[in-house]
Design a protein. Structure first.
Length: 71
């Protein structure tokens, strides 16, 4: 789904950036060679990025699967 209409950024783009090491929204935009313009997408980018990082962490540590992370 599109999460940034200014840059045509999708949820897949965020996950791809996370797979390539992005840990901050600015790194997601840089991976797509764009930048936040109006800023409305920034909270969603951050949320999706955190989810992608958490999923990658769980996949790297199968013993942690099934546990709920508390932030």
């Amino acid at each position: 789904m599109y999460i940034c209409s200014c840059n045509g950024l999708t949820d897949h783009d965020v996950r791809d950036a996370a797979c390539h090491g992005a840990t901050r929204p600015g790194e997601v935009y840089a991976h797509r060679q764009c930048r936040a313009q109006c800023g409305n997408c920034a909270p969603t980018v951050l949320c999706l990025l955190r989810e992608a990082i958490a999923a990658a962490h769980l996949n790297a540590h199968p013993a942690m699967q099934g546990r709920v992370a508390h932030a």
